[in-house]
Write a protein that binds this ligand. Structure first.
Ligand code: URA
Length: 237
């Protein structure tokens, strides 16, 4: 794996600024694989090196992946004046690392938002060619007919383009009825517009899974946690 400057590694996974790291290095508080580091220009492989600061071992992660249970009213974009954004719900460390939402939910949509600083991973899971399914529970104003369901599954035409086929199942008869949809695209207001296409209306929308990873039921509204490496893999399949 590639090596990086030690001051950059330390400031990426601690609260220390580069300037503070410089001071720590000068004072002999930083060690690399058991030896004191004398220069900030020292390079190390952050995945394998043992780096300590004041005797404490650094917990380095190249990227972070956060599962957030988004409440209604919170926006998925990263800066929206006067509104609470998903970034307001995570901690300073995540914000400092520059995490961003991998795919957006509407302001009134609730559920699973993935935040990460891994741009390539975000790109992969959003790309329709990668086939990562996103699962939603859709509370509708009225039931869909069998013909409408069949048309929805086959992919309706939106903006002059046919949507990819998706799966759609009735999960609760209601009223109001609740459908589970698994889609591989993320077009603007895709599900709401799909239901509008049938003259129906989405009353509530919740994302419950990405890939084969379900939203952790232990996460209350607005709560978040980091994903394990196994969970990150589950998103892809
Ligand atoms: N489809 C929508 O219409 N809204 C969302 O937030 C997600 C999918």
């Amino acid at each position: 794996m590639a090596t990086e400057r030690i001051d950059r590694i330390i400031s990426s996974c601690t609260e220390y600024s580069r300037r503070e790291v410089k001071r720590l290095v000068k004072s002999g508080a930083v060690s690399l694989d058991g030896s004191a580091v004398r220069s900030c220009e020292t390079k190390a492989d952050p995945d394998t090196a043992e780096i300590t600061v004041n005797g404490k071992r650094l917990h380095y992660r190249r990227f972070v992946y956060i599962m957030l249970n988004k409440p209604a009213g919170v926006v998925s974009s990263t800066d929206e004046k006067g509104l609470t954004t998903v970034l307001d719900l995570v901690d300073d460390e995540a914000r400092r690392r520059g995490v961003f939402p991998a795919g957006r939910l509407d302001r009134d949509t609730t559920g699973f938002v993935l935040l990460t600083d891994d741009g390539a991973f975000a790109h992969d899971i959003l790309s329709p060619v990668k086939h990562v399914e996103k699962t939603y529970l859709v509370t509708a104003e009225r039931p869909l007919t069998e013909a409408e369901l069949a048309e929805l599954r086959a992919g309706i035409e939106l903006d002059g383009e046919r949507l990819l086929p998706c799966s759609a199942e009735l999960r609760a008869e209601g009223p109001p009825p609740v459908y589970e949809l698994r889609i591989r695209q993320g077009k603007y207001h895709q599900i709401k517009r799909t239901f509008l296409h049938f003259g129906n209306c989405v009353l509530a929308l919740r994302r419950t899974a990405m890939g084969s990873l379900p939203l952790d039921p232990a996460l209350g509204e607005g709560a978040w946690r980091e994903l394990t490496a196994e969970e990150v893999e589950m998103i892809k399949f």
